[in-house]
Design a protein around this ligand. Structure first.
Ligand code: PAF
Length: 283
């Protein structure tokens, strides 16, 4: 496995391949990321993982400075999963000057849910992802694939729309969320949880599961369903941002005619102590 830190070296190395498959990450990798690598492998002739903690997608009060940087451990895991190339640029390499050109995703998709609670988040994500695409795919001549996890449900939708609207010649593939045995979605941020918090953390997944079950049983009162779920977590000491039912195709609230269809997803974000967790479940 080759570990590359600069753009020119990346482009030179990738020039010998036609069909790159990219898994963009911020490092601190867990089995969910490795599953994405394994999913990417048969989709290209070279599998690349990028590791870059992207300042642009963190608000000033968020965890950019404390986000774990674990490059050596990450590379060992990537190698064991069959990754061929790690692209881990320094901030100076990737943003040699302040990144003032940015990709502005549409508010109806990017200012709701995560974007409402983390203003500017998807601008930061789209900008870095487009730049990573340009870094990795510039020499490719055939199918180009990028794989994103469904745990960041809104993120993969925003990126799909960016690719579609900007006519980028890249196939976006999504990987299912991996869960711990108790049902907690794997996330780099789970590492922030104390032992007690880790035991409690599964409750966000259970709350979403209960919502999905009620919907499948024919629940029509979405506002009451959401309020119950929020209250359940709040009663247990969480600070929920949202627990909500949305349409899969645009993440907007369902209309009466959407209920009972397979176009529904439940999504949640909540803070447990200092850790903000997100999860979702297609109904
Ligand atoms: O999902 C992530 O880890 C990040 O948002 C991504 C896609 C690597 C962009 O920095």
């Amino acid at each position: 496995m080759k570990i590359i830190h600069t753009l020119p070296e990346l482009r030179t190395h990738l020039a010998q391949f036609k069909h790159p498959a990219l898994v963009p990450t911020m490092g601190n990798l867990h089995d969910g990321h490795l599953a994405l690598i394994r999913q990417a492998k048969p989709l290209g002739d070279v599998t690349i993982a990028s590791i870059f903690v992207n300042r642009l997608q963190f608000a000033p009060h968020e965890d950019f400075d404390t986000y774990p940087r674990t490059l050596d451990a990450d590379c060992a895991k990537l190698e064991s999963a069959g990754c061929n190339v790690v692209f881990a640029p320094s901030e100076k390499e990737f943003y040699p000057e302040p990144q003032t050109f940015k990709v502005q995703p549409p508010p109806e998709l990017a200012d709701i849910l995560e974007g409402h609670f983390r203003p500017g988040f998807f601008t930061g994500v789209c900008t870095v992802v487009l730049k990573l695409f340009n870094a990795v795919f510039s020499e490719a001549q055939g199918r180009r694939v990028a794989v994103f996890g469904k745990k960041d449900y809104q993120q993969q939708m925003v990126i799909r729309r960016m690719v579609q609207q900007l006519a980028l010649p890249i196939d976006i593939v999504t990987g299912d969320t991996l869960r711990a045995p108790d049902g907690l979605a794997l996330s780099s941020r789970n590492g922030y949880l104390s032992a007690d918090e880790r035991a409690e953390a599964v409750q966000i997944s259970l709350a979403l599961k209960a919502m999905a079950k009620a919907l499948r049983k024919g629940e029509k009162d979405i506002a009451a369903l959401e309020a119950r779920a929020l209250q359940t977590l709040a009663d247990r000491g969480w600070q929920p941002d949202y627990l909500t039912v949305r349409r899969r195709h645009d993440l907007h609230p369902p209309q009466a005619e959407d209920l009972g269809t397979d176009d529904l997803v439940v999504l949640g974000a909540a803070r447990l102590g200092k850790t903000r967790l997100i999860d979702n479940l297609e109904v």
